[in-house]
Design a protein around this ligand. Structure first.
Ligand SMILES: [Zn+2]
Length: 295
Protein backbone atom coordinates (compact mmCIF):
# COMPACT_ATOMS: atom_id res chain seq x y z
CA UNK A 1 0.00 0.00 0.00
CA UNK A 2 1.37 3.38 -0.96
CA UNK A 3 1.31 5.93 1.84
CA UNK A 4 -0.96 8.90 1.38
CA UNK A 5 0.31 12.47 1.32
CA UNK A 6 3.78 13.76 0.46
CA UNK A 7 6.81 11.72 1.43
CA UNK A 8 8.16 13.22 4.66
CA UNK A 9 11.79 12.31 4.07
CA UNK A 10 11.70 13.95 0.64
CA UNK A 11 9.92 17.04 1.97
CA UNK A 12 12.57 17.51 4.69
CA UNK A 13 15.55 17.15 2.36
CA UNK A 14 13.92 19.31 -0.34
CA UNK A 15 13.48 22.08 2.25
CA UNK A 16 17.12 21.72 3.33
CA UNK A 17 18.40 21.92 -0.26
CA UNK A 18 16.22 24.94 -0.99
CA UNK A 19 17.27 26.69 2.21
CA UNK A 20 21.01 26.03 2.07
CA UNK A 21 21.19 23.92 5.21
CA UNK A 22 21.32 20.15 5.85
CA UNK A 23 19.26 17.78 7.92
CA UNK A 24 21.08 15.51 10.35
CA UNK A 25 20.30 11.86 9.59
CA UNK A 26 21.03 10.07 12.82
CA UNK A 27 22.30 6.47 12.64
CA UNK A 28 20.53 4.81 15.55
CA UNK A 29 20.74 1.39 17.13
CA UNK A 30 18.32 1.57 20.04
CA UNK A 31 15.30 3.19 21.63
CA UNK A 32 17.49 5.73 23.44
CA UNK A 33 18.69 7.05 20.10
CA UNK A 34 15.16 7.34 18.76
CA UNK A 35 13.88 9.16 21.86
CA UNK A 36 16.92 11.45 22.03
CA UNK A 37 16.77 12.41 18.33
CA UNK A 38 13.12 13.39 18.47
CA UNK A 39 13.64 15.27 21.74
CA UNK A 40 16.55 17.16 20.17
CA UNK A 41 14.49 17.98 17.08
CA UNK A 42 11.63 19.33 19.19
CA UNK A 43 13.98 21.31 21.45
CA UNK A 44 15.73 22.87 18.45
CA UNK A 45 12.64 23.17 16.24
CA UNK A 46 14.60 21.21 13.66
CA UNK A 47 13.60 18.42 11.32
CA UNK A 48 15.49 15.16 11.75
CA UNK A 49 15.81 11.82 9.98
CA UNK A 50 15.98 8.65 12.07
CA UNK A 51 18.22 6.12 10.33
CA UNK A 52 18.32 2.42 11.01
CA UNK A 53 20.56 -0.18 9.46
CA UNK A 54 19.29 -3.57 8.25
CA UNK A 55 20.84 -4.83 11.48
CA UNK A 56 17.99 -3.16 13.40
CA UNK A 57 15.40 -5.07 11.36
CA UNK A 58 17.15 -8.38 11.91
CA UNK A 59 17.96 -7.84 15.57
CA UNK A 60 14.54 -6.60 16.66
CA UNK A 61 12.38 -8.12 13.90
CA UNK A 62 11.01 -4.73 12.90
CA UNK A 63 10.16 -3.50 16.41
CA UNK A 64 12.71 -0.67 16.32
CA UNK A 65 11.39 0.44 12.94
CA UNK A 66 7.86 0.60 14.28
CA UNK A 67 9.06 2.48 17.37
CA UNK A 68 10.87 4.98 15.13
CA UNK A 69 7.79 5.36 12.91
CA UNK A 70 5.56 5.97 15.91
CA UNK A 71 8.00 8.52 17.35
CA UNK A 72 8.11 10.26 13.95
CA UNK A 73 4.32 10.33 13.66
CA UNK A 74 3.89 11.79 17.15
CA UNK A 75 6.68 14.37 16.90
CA UNK A 76 5.78 18.05 16.90
CA UNK A 77 8.36 18.70 14.15
CA UNK A 78 8.98 16.90 10.83
CA UNK A 79 10.68 13.56 11.51
CA UNK A 80 11.23 10.84 8.90
CA UNK A 81 12.51 7.27 9.08
CA UNK A 82 15.14 6.03 6.63
CA UNK A 83 17.07 2.79 6.21
CA UNK A 84 20.78 3.34 5.71
CA UNK A 85 22.96 1.02 3.57
CA UNK A 86 20.52 -1.69 2.65
CA UNK A 87 22.94 -4.04 0.92
CA UNK A 88 20.75 -6.92 -0.26
CA UNK A 89 17.71 -6.91 -2.56
CA UNK A 90 15.89 -9.20 -0.12
CA UNK A 91 16.34 -6.73 2.74
CA UNK A 92 15.18 -3.79 0.60
CA UNK A 93 11.93 -5.62 -0.09
CA UNK A 94 11.55 -6.79 3.50
CA UNK A 95 12.09 -3.25 4.80
CA UNK A 96 9.72 -1.75 2.24
CA UNK A 97 7.02 -4.29 3.15
CA UNK A 98 7.43 -3.75 6.90
CA UNK A 99 5.86 -0.30 6.79
CA UNK A 100 7.42 2.58 8.72
CA UNK A 101 10.24 3.59 6.39
CA UNK A 102 9.90 6.82 4.39
CA UNK A 103 13.15 6.12 2.57
CA UNK A 104 15.62 3.31 1.92
CA UNK A 105 19.22 3.51 0.77
CA UNK A 106 19.49 0.90 -1.95
CA UNK A 107 23.20 0.24 -1.62
CA UNK A 108 24.25 -2.21 -4.34
CA UNK A 109 27.73 -0.65 -4.55
CA UNK A 110 29.41 -4.01 -3.85
CA UNK A 111 28.08 -5.26 -7.24
CA UNK A 112 29.75 -4.38 -10.51
CA UNK A 113 28.34 -1.28 -12.13
CA UNK A 114 25.86 -2.79 -14.61
CA UNK A 115 24.36 -5.11 -12.01
CA UNK A 116 24.35 -2.30 -9.45
CA UNK A 117 22.37 -0.07 -11.84
CA UNK A 118 19.91 -2.80 -12.81
CA UNK A 119 19.22 -3.79 -9.19
CA UNK A 120 18.95 -0.15 -8.09
CA UNK A 121 16.37 0.52 -10.81
CA UNK A 122 14.27 -2.53 -9.99
CA UNK A 123 14.35 -1.90 -6.24
CA UNK A 124 13.64 1.81 -6.63
CA UNK A 125 10.49 0.92 -8.56
CA UNK A 126 9.55 -1.51 -5.78
CA UNK A 127 10.01 1.20 -3.13
CA UNK A 128 8.30 3.97 -5.08
CA UNK A 129 5.25 1.75 -5.56
CA UNK A 130 5.02 1.71 -1.76
CA UNK A 131 5.48 5.46 -1.29
CA UNK A 132 9.12 5.09 -0.23
CA UNK A 133 11.93 7.17 -1.74
CA UNK A 134 15.42 5.80 -2.39
CA UNK A 135 19.04 6.83 -2.01
CA UNK A 136 21.98 5.26 -3.83
CA UNK A 137 25.74 5.55 -3.90
CA UNK A 138 27.37 5.89 -7.33
CA UNK A 139 31.03 5.05 -7.11
CA UNK A 140 31.96 3.43 -3.87
CA UNK A 141 32.53 5.06 -0.49
CA UNK A 142 35.33 3.15 1.16
CA UNK A 143 35.54 1.69 4.64
CA UNK A 144 32.92 0.41 7.06
CA UNK A 145 30.90 1.38 10.11
CA UNK A 146 29.02 -0.56 12.74
CA UNK A 147 26.05 -2.19 11.02
CA UNK A 148 27.43 -1.98 7.46
CA UNK A 149 29.44 -4.65 5.63
CA UNK A 150 32.98 -3.39 5.25
CA UNK A 151 33.91 -2.78 1.62
CA UNK A 152 37.54 -2.01 2.43
CA UNK A 153 38.63 -5.00 0.34
CA UNK A 154 37.01 -3.33 -2.66
CA UNK A 155 38.49 -0.29 -4.32
CA UNK A 156 36.90 3.06 -3.47
CA UNK A 157 35.66 4.77 -6.65
CA UNK A 158 35.09 8.52 -6.81
CA UNK A 159 31.79 9.59 -8.36
CA UNK A 160 31.79 11.29 -11.75
CA UNK A 161 29.09 13.48 -13.31
CA UNK A 162 28.47 10.73 -15.89
CA UNK A 163 27.99 8.12 -13.16
CA UNK A 164 25.63 10.40 -11.31
CA UNK A 165 23.53 10.64 -14.49
CA UNK A 166 23.46 6.87 -14.86
CA UNK A 167 22.15 6.54 -11.31
CA UNK A 168 19.60 9.29 -11.71
CA UNK A 169 18.25 7.31 -14.68
CA UNK A 170 17.38 4.48 -12.25
CA UNK A 171 14.83 6.80 -10.64
CA UNK A 172 16.54 7.41 -7.27
CA UNK A 173 15.67 10.49 -5.20
CA UNK A 174 18.94 11.05 -3.32
CA UNK A 175 22.51 10.48 -4.36
CA UNK A 176 25.47 9.86 -2.03
CA UNK A 177 28.58 10.90 -3.96
CA UNK A 178 32.05 9.61 -3.21
CA UNK A 179 34.35 12.67 -3.34
CA UNK A 180 37.07 11.61 -0.91
CA UNK A 181 34.73 10.84 2.00
CA UNK A 182 35.14 7.43 3.65
CA UNK A 183 33.35 5.45 6.36
CA UNK A 184 35.26 4.99 9.58
CA UNK A 185 38.83 6.24 10.00
CA UNK A 186 40.43 8.74 7.63
CA UNK A 187 44.05 7.99 8.43
CA UNK A 188 46.81 10.45 9.32
CA UNK A 189 46.27 12.86 6.40
CA UNK A 190 42.65 13.43 7.36
CA UNK A 191 39.81 13.84 4.84
CA UNK A 192 41.00 14.80 1.36
CA UNK A 193 37.66 16.06 0.08
CA UNK A 194 37.34 17.09 -3.57
CA UNK A 195 34.93 20.01 -3.33
CA UNK A 196 35.29 20.74 -7.06
CA UNK A 197 33.99 17.27 -7.81
CA UNK A 198 31.14 17.67 -5.33
CA UNK A 199 30.22 21.10 -6.71
CA UNK A 200 30.18 19.83 -10.31
CA UNK A 201 27.96 16.91 -9.32
CA UNK A 202 25.62 19.33 -7.54
CA UNK A 203 25.40 21.64 -10.57
CA UNK A 204 24.73 18.82 -13.02
CA UNK A 205 22.16 17.04 -10.84
CA UNK A 206 20.28 20.07 -9.51
CA UNK A 207 16.51 19.65 -9.60
CA UNK A 208 16.78 15.91 -10.19
CA UNK A 209 18.24 14.53 -6.94
CA UNK A 210 19.46 15.88 -3.61
CA UNK A 211 22.91 15.02 -2.24
CA UNK A 212 23.78 13.08 0.91
CA UNK A 213 27.05 13.07 2.86
CA UNK A 214 28.37 9.78 4.22
CA UNK A 215 31.54 9.52 6.28
CA UNK A 216 31.11 12.52 8.60
CA UNK A 217 33.10 10.88 11.38
CA UNK A 218 33.70 12.50 14.76
CA UNK A 219 37.46 12.47 14.27
CA UNK A 220 37.45 15.33 11.74
CA UNK A 221 33.93 16.57 11.08
CA UNK A 222 32.86 19.72 12.90
CA UNK A 223 30.84 22.79 12.00
CA UNK A 224 33.46 24.10 9.57
CA UNK A 225 33.82 20.91 7.53
CA UNK A 226 30.09 20.19 7.50
CA UNK A 227 29.35 23.75 6.38
CA UNK A 228 31.93 23.39 3.61
CA UNK A 229 30.09 20.30 2.35
CA UNK A 230 26.69 21.99 2.70
CA UNK A 231 28.04 24.99 0.78
CA UNK A 232 28.88 22.62 -2.08
CA UNK A 233 25.37 21.17 -2.22
CA UNK A 234 24.95 18.55 0.53
CA UNK A 235 21.42 18.56 2.02
CA UNK A 236 21.54 15.52 4.34
CA UNK A 237 24.47 14.49 6.55
CA UNK A 238 24.60 11.02 8.02
CA UNK A 239 25.80 11.19 11.62
CA UNK A 240 26.96 8.19 13.59
CA UNK A 241 29.92 8.30 15.97
CA UNK A 242 29.52 12.03 16.69
CA UNK A 243 26.60 10.99 18.91
CA UNK A 244 27.08 7.27 19.45
CA UNK A 245 30.71 7.70 20.55
CA UNK A 246 29.83 9.91 23.58
CA UNK A 247 26.87 7.59 24.30
CA UNK A 248 29.17 4.57 24.56
CA UNK A 249 31.73 6.49 26.61
CA UNK A 250 28.99 7.51 29.02
CA UNK A 251 27.86 3.89 29.38
CA UNK A 252 31.43 2.71 29.93
CA UNK A 253 32.01 5.32 32.64
CA UNK A 254 28.73 5.10 34.49
CA UNK A 255 27.56 1.51 34.11
CA UNK A 256 29.00 0.42 37.45
CA UNK A 257 27.56 3.30 39.44
CA UNK A 258 24.05 2.22 40.14
CA UNK A 259 20.54 2.29 38.83
CA UNK A 260 19.69 1.19 35.31
CA UNK A 261 16.93 3.79 34.93
CA UNK A 262 19.37 6.61 35.68
CA UNK A 263 21.93 5.16 33.28
CA UNK A 264 19.35 4.94 30.48
CA UNK A 265 17.99 8.44 31.04
CA UNK A 266 21.40 10.07 31.34
CA UNK A 267 22.76 8.32 28.28
CA UNK A 268 19.66 9.42 26.32
CA UNK A 269 20.43 12.99 27.39
CA UNK A 270 24.01 12.58 26.12
CA UNK A 271 22.73 11.58 22.67
CA UNK A 272 20.26 14.47 22.69
CA UNK A 273 22.95 17.00 23.59
CA UNK A 274 25.25 15.91 20.76
CA UNK A 275 22.33 15.73 18.31
CA UNK A 276 21.40 19.33 19.13
CA UNK A 277 25.01 20.32 18.47
CA UNK A 278 24.74 18.73 14.99
CA UNK A 279 21.54 20.68 14.31
CA UNK A 280 23.34 23.93 15.15
CA UNK A 281 26.35 22.95 13.02
CA UNK A 282 24.22 22.10 9.98
CA UNK A 283 21.86 25.05 10.25
CA UNK A 284 18.71 22.92 10.66
CA UNK A 285 17.94 24.56 14.02
CA UNK A 286 14.74 26.59 13.73
CA UNK A 287 13.92 25.19 10.27
CA UNK A 288 11.05 22.82 11.16
CA UNK A 289 8.51 25.31 9.81
CA UNK A 290 10.12 25.45 6.36
CA UNK A 291 9.31 21.81 5.56
CA UNK A 292 6.25 21.62 3.29
CA UNK A 293 4.19 18.63 4.36
CA UNK A 294 1.03 19.57 2.48
CA UNK A 295 -2.47 18.86 3.85
ZN1 LIG B 1 27.26 5.45 4.78
Amino acid sequence: MAKSGPNKAKAIVDAAAAGGWAVPAMCLYNLEGIIASVAAAEAKSSPVILQLFPWAVEYADGLLVHAAAEAAAKAKVPVAVHMDHCQSPEMVKRAADLGGFDGIMVDMSHYEKEENLAKTKELTEYCHARGIITEAEPGRINGGEDGVSDTADLEGILTTVEQADEFIATGIDWLAPAFGNVHGKYGPRGPQLEYDRLGKIRESTKGRVELVLHGAGAEYFDEKLLQECIGHGIAKCNINDIVNGPFMEHLAEKAKEGRLTALIEESTAVIQRHTEKCMDWMGSTGKAGSVKLGQ
